[in-house]
Design a protein around this ligand. Structure first.
Ligand code: ADP
Ligand code: ZN
Length: 766
């Protein structure tokens, strides 16, 4: 029946999830479909009037429905259909799972899945595509320029027709499109209008190196996984030391998938998405389309790459975390690879707080295809799944490929190193590392130096212990970090690494008037010291610092890597940006300035992270045939985690770590969710957290398999002026945790938003 809003009649009703943080049950809002829109399908993006003011709001059709029980006169019609094509059904299903599992409204989840550049349709233009009519007409007498056009067009392989008007003019050597238009008028050519996404060409250095023979280990694994390619879902953990040829295993499997007409998705951590990774994959698939998705692309390029996946032209998708949402047409996904699966950058730190690896496993389940997780230092979760739960199959590549040597790791006691110095200066580079650096540079080798902390110094304090003044951020419970900046008259500024607020460096202690001192470490201080110790290294030229202060975007980073590859840069100093994915044969020495930066954080994953960081950075070394050296400076040379990392003993580490997690009833033996309540007012924050904890305890009703911990102030109890209190939930099973969370959501106890963050399977606990 026609309603007041819809005089033209209606084609039924749909439920639409709007792109807002509205969380309600049942999901979505009911709208009528006016006939002039044509039929809508599940997955379509639309615009609907929302609220009393009928604000036009984008959303997705999540269900076809009827209007039973609703007053038809009050149902508003869908305003328009969006230019973004419908999402594949599988992706919609995946979004539903994410929405439930990570406690995020479905509309918000769907909004995350579609890149902003796609929603804004950046780069979309309409072009005229030219072809010859079939069957072709009799040869006719035409002007020479027109004949040229016809000849060029006929010589094109069928796959390249129809061709865009201007491109054709260029190929035919014409300066205007006049001759083509005259042929169109005569009916000797056909022209169709088509929407295409135009973007500038993505530069990519290709690497086509193919190893002559596979190692027996590689062959075995390729065979094992390949057998599963047509057998539905299976999960595989490929545990192989760096340089053991994991990438080659992925490539061989992808070859089989694309040969069968399937599509493969390859995820890599954002900062490992170097031109090297891309060049290797694209170089090995010259006859296939590889769509890339990373932060270094322009909006138009992103849209173009996405569209290539959506229309089925791409056979391989390579990208960071969000590439797991590539709109691969239903039925074509054949394999998902998650490289460096342990990497923290797979976890998104805003709602929906999903983990790219876990979403990948889920997507493979929905698509019925294998998923391969690869790492030299698997996450404890994946190791648990492979060795304890045995839900993943474990494949090992314990040795480096022929020609690559295992680097020698030397652990040095930083305190003892300091005692060897006779001057009173601060030395972040001890004598051992200093000598090794000098030797390596002299021998023409390259050096990588890692310190996982940016800035110059992370403490600004009064030198007098009795005063004890320490410079903290006004809005966060954290110290300010001093950054050098020669462009400023003061030579530097203070920054809070939590809220980004900046301040000037005070000259004197506001409490007692003494001159302030700066201490603690940061990459800038190491850079300064390197400059002093190795005057032959020129900052910005033969020595480059890589951290989020010095690099402005992926392009900067890529250009530095290019210069490192040519040997122009001799020493690369940086934060964990340099710890991943680099593959340069001339790195002879890796120095870890301080392996302890993470060890003492109040986070049960601190040891795991320390192990990963030391092992990963060590793996950058010795790729060129000479073994290479890794020097690890630490205040705890005897800590098991440092010893095990130095011995390349992941399994020993994982065994100990699992025992510890089990003893403390921590993940992966339990499942965890963390809810952070935020409020500018301390009392209100504490009170809201207390009420939340009480209600959750009530809901859990004394079930022994569920523990509610807190409320308690977060380790960083205030960020950007908002106090933070947390409640932690632990359950013996994922299902148990999900049941509690769904109940809490349904009762309105947990509402993700400004005042509350819900993190399921959290990896950061500060
Ligand atoms: P990983 O991904 O495990 O770090 P890669 O696949 O990058 O290892 O391999 C390391 C290097 O060894 C690469 O340069 C690669 O081309 C080469 N390589 C891979 N497999 C073989 C093989 N079977 N024989 C010789 N070299 C190989
Ligand atoms: Zn701050």
């Amino acid at each position: 029946m026609a309603t007041l809003f819809d005089p033209g009649g209606s084609r039924g009703f749909v439920r639409v999830a709007v792109e807002r943080g509205v969380d309600r049950y049942p999901e979505g809002l009911t709208y009528s479909v006016p006939s002039h829109l044509g039929p809508l399908a599940v997955g379509d993006r639309v615009r609907v009037p929302l609220g009393r003011t009928d604000t036009p709001t984008p959303g997705y059709v999540i269900e076809m429905c009827d209007a039973a029980g609703l007053d038809p006169a009050r149902i508003k019609p869908v305003s328009e259909r969006d230019a973004v094509g419908a999402l594949p059904g599988q992706l919609l299903e995946l979004a539903r799972w994410i929405s439930n599992y990570y406690c995020t409204p479905i509309g918000m989840t769907l909004s995350t899945i579609t890149p902003a550049a796609v929603k804004r349709q950046v780069g979309l233009v309409t072009r005229t595509m030219i072809d010859v009519p079939a069957p072709e007409g009799e040869p006719v007498c035409v002007a020479p320029k027109q004949r040229q056009v016809l000849e060029v067009l006929r010589s094109l392989p069928p796959a390249e027709r129809p061709i865009e008007l201007r491109t054709l003019a260029g190929l035919a050597g014409l300066r205007t499109t006049g001759p083509i238009r005259r042929l169109l008028d005569k009916g000797l050519l056909t022209g169709t209008r088509r929407s295409v996404v135009e973007a500038s060409w993505i530069e990519q250095a290709l690497d086509r190196t193919i190893p002559a023979t596979l190692t027996p280990g590689q062959q075995q694994i390729i065979g094992d996984v390949a057998r599963e390619l047509a057998a539905g879902f299976s999960a595989h953990l490929l545990f192989g030391v760096t340089g053991s040829g994991k990438t080659e295993v992925y490539i061989r499997l992808i070859e089989q998938v694309v040969a069968a007409g399937g599509v493969a998705i390859v995820l890599v951590p954002e900062i490992a998405l170097t031109p090297q990774t891309g060049g290797r994959l694209i170089g090995r698939f010259p006859r296939h389309r590889v769509a890339v998705q990373h932060s270094g692309l322009t909006a138009a390029q992103r849209h173009q790459q996405w569209a290539m996946v959506a229309d089925g032209t791409a056979d391989i998708v390579l990208g960071a975390r969000s590439a797991i949402f590539a709109p691969v047409p239903d039925g074509r996904l054949g394999l998902i690879v998650v490289d460096e699966e342990h990497d923290g950058s797979y976890k998104q730190d805003q709602a929906p707080r999903y983990h790219g690896r876990d979403v990948a496993v889920r997507r493979a389940q929905l698509a019925g295809c294998p998923v391969v997780l690869g790492s030299a230092t698997p996450s404890i979760e994946s190791w648990f799944n492979a060795t304890v739960r045995r839900s993943y199959r474990l494949h090992r590549l314990p040795e480096r490929v022929p020609g690559l040597r295992v680097p020698r790791v030397i652990v040095v006691d930083f305190a003892a190193e300091r005692r060897r110095r006779t001057d009173r200066r601060v030395h972040l580079i001890g004598p051992t590392l200093e000598t090794a650096t000098a030797d390596t540079l002299r021998a023409g080798g390259q050096v990588l130096m890692l310190l996982n902390r940016r800035g110059y110094a992370n403490y600004i304090a009064c030198p007098d212990h009795r005063c004890g003044w320490l410079m903290c951020c006004d809005d966060c419970d954290a110290t300010m970090v001093y950054h050098l900046d020669r462009r400023l008259p003061t030579g530097g500024y203070l920054q809070c690494h939590h809220c980004e607020a900046q301040q000037r460096l005070p000259r004197s202690c506001p409490a007692c008037g003494r001159n302030v001192t700066t201490f603690g470490l940061g990459t800038q201080r190491v850079e300064e010291e390197l400059h002093r110790k190795f005057p032959e290294l020129v900052a910005g030229d033969s020595m480059v610092r890589v951290d989020s202060d010095s690099m402005h975007g992926a392009r900067d980073f890529h250009s530095v890597l290019g210069r490192f590859a040519t040997g122009e840069i001799r020493l690369l100093l940086g934060t964990q940006m340099i710890a991943k994915g680099l593959d340069f044969p001339r790195i002879q020495l890796v120095g870890v300035i301080n392996a302890d930066t993470a060890i003492h954080l109040p986070d049960f994953r601190a040891t795991e992270r320390t192990f990963q960081l030391v092992s990963q950075v060590a793996g950058r070394c010795g790729r060129g045939g000479t073994p290479g050296r890794v020097i690890v400076q630490t205040f705890q040379p005897d800590a098991p985690v440092i010893r095990l990392a130095a011995d390349h003993d992941y399994e020993g580490f994982a065994t100990g770590e699992l025992a510890e997690r089990r003893r403390c009833e921590l993940p992966p033996y339990t499942r965890m969710a963390r809810i952070v309540v935020r409020d500018p007012d301390y009392g209100r924050c504490r009170e809201a957290a207390r009420r939340l904890a009480d209600s959750l305890r009530g809901l859990a009703g004394g079930t022994p398999s569920i523990r509610v911990r807190g409320p308690a102030p977060c380790p960083i109890a205030r960020i950007a002026g908002r106090h933070r209190h947390q409640v932690e939930l632990f359950a013996n099973t994922a299902a148990g945790l999900q049941t509690l969370l769904s109940a809490a959501r349904r009762d309105g106890l947990i509402r993700p938003g400004a005042a509350m963050a819900v993190d399921v399977d959290p990896i950061a606990l500060l």
